[in-house]
Design a protein around this ligand. Structure first.
Ligand SMILES: Cc1cc2nc3c(=O)[nH]c(=O)nc-3n(C[C@H](O)[C@H](O)[C@H](O)COP(=O)(O)OP(=O)(O)OC[C@H]3O[C@@H](n4cnc5c(N)ncnc54)[C@H](O)[C@@H]3O)c2cc1C
Length: 274
């Protein structure tokens, strides 16, 4: 849609003072999907020339904020990345047309901060760390799970830019399990739960997204039984943290969260261990 309050577009490569009414433009799939009366100027990131995906010297993966969902899906994942299938599962949880897939960026998905942001699910579950750049050029790092702090609420200062997300090699080597539910076929995720079993110390991490307003992570040094998992979920997620919108009632989201977490517990700690 036309954003008729936007008076100017600027290439982000040209530095300028950040003003009230400025907004970074990633793929624009959210920004151009509804009125944005507070925005006066868009700062376009599309020509930054950042390498979309880089395997780091330590064997991790650096995902540029401007990497599109389509690029992430196409990227060949080395066989040693046991977590490889999780990328496609999360890309497919983005229930959108190929046009959205080809334009939407990983950074835009995180910065939108929707509970159903599948790139938030993926990167939070794989211990992702955001690299953030302030208007002064200062850099800071923040785990993805601490970056999204509520429905649409991010730990971003005015004018701060998400530059990239790095997934460590150890997380890429974890065995993962994925469960996702929508109220209707091709609907937005109402609950998305990911389990990851650490390849070194067998720590189990359960990451809850979509059903909750922010990513919630639980770590178990020893495989929990069903009761311990249930207790941990009850303790970790406050009743008012279950998201409530047209894509699912909180009671249904809670039910699916508990069910999926238990399925994942069995898949990663019982069935897989036999
Ligand atoms: C049909 C359809 C289906 C969709 N389905 C889903 C879905 O299932 N789940 C979901 O989460 N979303 C969905 N969306 C919303 C949107 O497409 C996604 O959230 C998408 O990932 C946003 O990425 P983008 O690059 O297009 O972001 P933009 O629209 O360009 O930006 C989104 C927000 O992030 C900010 N931003 C972008 N990049 C940066 C950066 N590097 N640093 C700081 N701020 C930045 C922008 O200023 C803006 O506030 C859907 C949209 C449509 C139209």
């Amino acid at each position: 849609m036309d954003l008729n309050t936007v008076a100017e577009m600027r290439d982000a490569r040209r530095r300028d003072t950040w003003r009230p009414g400025d907004a970074w433009l990633g793929g624009g799939t959210y920004l151009f999907s509804e009125p944005q009366p507070h925005i006066r100027r868009l700062i376009d990131l599309s020509r930054m020339g950042w390498e979309p995906l880089t395997v780091t010297a330590e064997g991790g993966l650096e995902i540029a904020a401007t990497c599109t969902i389509a690029e992430l899906s196409r990227f060949p994942k080395p066989a040693r990345w046991t977590a490889g299938p999780l990328f496609e599962q999360c890309c497919r949880a983005f229930l959108a047309s190929w046009k959205i897939w080809s334009m939407a960026t990983v950074g835009g998905n995180l910065c939108n901060g929707l509970p159903a942001g599948p790139m938030i699910s993926l990167t939070a579950a794989l211990d992702g760390v955001c690299l953030l750049q302030s208007q002064t050029g200062a850099l800071r790092q923040l785990p993805v799970a601490d970056f999204v702090i509520g429905a649409g609420v991010k730990a971003l200062e005015p004018g701060e830019l998400l530059r990239s997300i790095t997934l460590p090699a150890r997380a890429l080597g974890s065995r993962t399990a994925f469960r996702q539910a929508s109220l209707y076929g091709l609907g937005r995720s109402g609950a998305l739960v990911i389990g990851a079993l650490d390849p070194v110390d067998a720590m189990l991490t359960i990451t809850v997204t979509a059903s909750t307003v922010r990513p919630i992570r639980m770590r178990f040094a020893l495989p929990p039984n069903a009761e311990a998992l249930r207790e941990a979920l009850e303790y970790a997620i406050e009743p008012n943290e279950y998201f409530d919108d047209i894509h699912g009632l909180p009671a249904w989201r809670r039910h699916m969260t508990f069910r999926f977490a238990e399925e994942i517990r069995r898949e990663l700690t019982e069935e897989g261990g036999r």
